[in-house]
Design a protein around this ligand. Structure first.
Ligand code: AMP
Length: 476
């Protein structure tokens, strides 16, 4: 099954629900670029449009005008690996005993494969490889007396990370898992209620951020207003994803009740305190590390310069010339400003190193532009473990820090010095440090994978051997 790193959106009581969902998804594009979908309802029937690619490619004016109704849910899907089939585009819509029901999901259900196998043995037929489809089957099979009971019944059977919006013809249901892995917030504009992964989606449509949906909370939004149901006890220690602050969320968003920009600046300042450098200027790898670099420059009293310019128009279809010795993927994305870099001792800030391949190419580009020294500072600890809860990290063996010392990584990248932010320092940058998941840095997973199933099985359905290998990895 697929891992899901995504954006979800919902809007209720809005004249132009489809158009607003489009704008909301547009502002959440950074959370998923592979596919996008909107489903609307006019209380009588549901209307659907989905497609592969960016929001601007999937929808146009005519399409949006056909999506009737005063309520909508939408989804952007991110998948740098895994199977990208049209059948996996969300929101996912099915017909069951409560009528038509659609779901959009951000996160990963860690027991989805297990439930799916059981259901398939009992005769269920699945259309996609999405773990979210499992949820709809659980709802359809529930013996609950009404929709709310059926959704609660389904939510109680799944474990892992989920921030969800469901829609039937007359209501939207939003829910967050009891660990609170992924963000989900509610905003309002008059009588219009908006649900989104990040608050930047409210700004674009003029809605005001109200609050986070609580871990274990479900909101039923209908003609009766917004009803809150605490369907499960929140975990005693929450597992909010700290990577949302490091990389994933937009700096202009509020996430987990904090401003991303503020936390990200703190990461930079903390990094400067922990790992100063003898240098002339600070540059960032745009855009993801801009805010961290600002914090670093401010704290270290070094000038922040724009040493790398990013081309924003790089699409997936970019055709690489065959001269394979050139690093086309990184070159097309980043170009150095030679006048800034030449003969300078440079602190390069990046938010994270995953495989290390981007940074190795980038360092070579910066050196080629004449840098006197390159001191690399990373705004997160070394990523040593895969994420099972919705961030797209590769398998453990591909993570450079899982099997190399910092000194070896420094040598491989070809820099004068390399320092990462400490896990302790990272946690000091958030208000509520005991309520965050840091498993990708520590291997401390709060929700265990079930049986032999692993991320590898999720992605490829290769069978239990892949799972056993991952179990072995985790035990190391
Ligand atoms: P690499 O080390 O070459 O695998 O890529 C590291 C770069 O990817 C970092 O500069 C991050 O900005 C970016 N990055 C980190 N995590 C992710 C993710 N989950 N999805 C996409 N890009 C990411």
């Amino acid at each position: 099954m697929l891992k899901e790193e995504c954006a979800v959106f919902g809007i209720y009581d809005c004249e132009e629900a489809a158009q607003m969902a489009y704008l909301g998804l547009y502002s959440l594009q950074h959370r998923g670029q592979e596919s996008s979908g909107i489903i609307t309802s006019d209380s009588k029937r549901l209307y659907e449009h989905k497609g592969m690619g960016l929001v601007s490619k999937v929808f146009d004016g005519d399409v949006l005008n056909r999506l009737n109704g005063h309520m909508a849910i939408g989804h952007n899907r991110y998948s740098t690996t895994g199977i990208s089939h049209a059948v996996n585009i969300q929101p996912f819509l099915v017909d069951c005993k409560v009528g038509k029901i659609a779901v959009a999901h951000n996160g990963n259900l860690v027991n989805a494969v297990e439930i799916r196998d059981r259901m398939e043995n009992e005769g269920s037929i699945f259309r996609s490889t999405m773990d979210s489809e499992v949820l709809l089957h659980l709802i359809a099979k529930s013996r609950g007396e009404n929709l709310e009971e059926m959704v609660v019944d389904a939510l109680k059977q799944v474990t892992g990370a989920f921030s969800l919006v469901f829609m039937t013809k007359d209501r939207i249901i939003a829910a967050r898992d009891p660990h609170g892995f992924r963000p989900l917030c509610i905003g309002k504009s008059g009588s219009t209620v908006v649900i989104a992964s990040e608050s930047c989606a409210f700004d674009i449509i003029g809605a005001e951020y109200e609050r986070e949906i609580l871990p274990g909370e479900m909101l039923v939004i209908s003609a009766d207003g917004v009803k809150s149901i605490q369907y499960a006890e929140p975990a005693s220690h929450l597992s909010r994803c700290i990577f949302e602050f490091i990389y994933f969320s937009r700096p202009d968003s509020r996430v987990f009740g904090e401003n991303v920009d503020k936390v990200r600046r703190k990461l930079g300042r903390k990094l400067a305190v922990e790992s100063p450098a003898q240098a002339d200027i600070v540059i960032s790898v745009p855009d993801s590390s801009n805010t961290i670099a600002l914090g670093y420059a401010e704290q270290s009293r070094l000038p922040y310069e724009l040493g790398l310019i990013r081309n924003h128009y790089v699409g997936r279809t970019f055709i690489k010339p065959k001269q394979s010795e050139r690093d086309w993927d990184v070159r097309i994305k980043f170009n150095p400003v030679k006048g800034v870099i030449k003969d300078r001792r440079i602190v390069v800030i990046d938010d994270s190193i995953v495989r290390g391949s981007t940074m190795r190419k980038l360092v070579s580009i910066i050196r080629h532009a004449g840098a006197a020294e390159v001191h690399l500072r990373i705004g997160s600890p070394p990523i040593t473990h895969s994420c099972y809860y919705g961030i797209d990290t590769p398998t453990r063996s591909e993570l450079i820090a899982s099997n190399h010392s910092i000194e070896k990584i420094r040598e491989y990248l070809g820099v004068e010095s390399l320092q990462y932010l400490s896990t302790k320092g990272l946690l000091e940058c958030v208000d509520d440090p005991e309520n965050y998941c840091t498993a990708c840095f520590t291997g401390d997973y709060s929700v265990k994978m079930h049986g032999e199933y692993s991320k590898e099985v999720f992605e490829s359905n290769e069978g239990p051997d892949a799972g056993a290998q991952a179990e072995k990895d985790r035990a190391e």
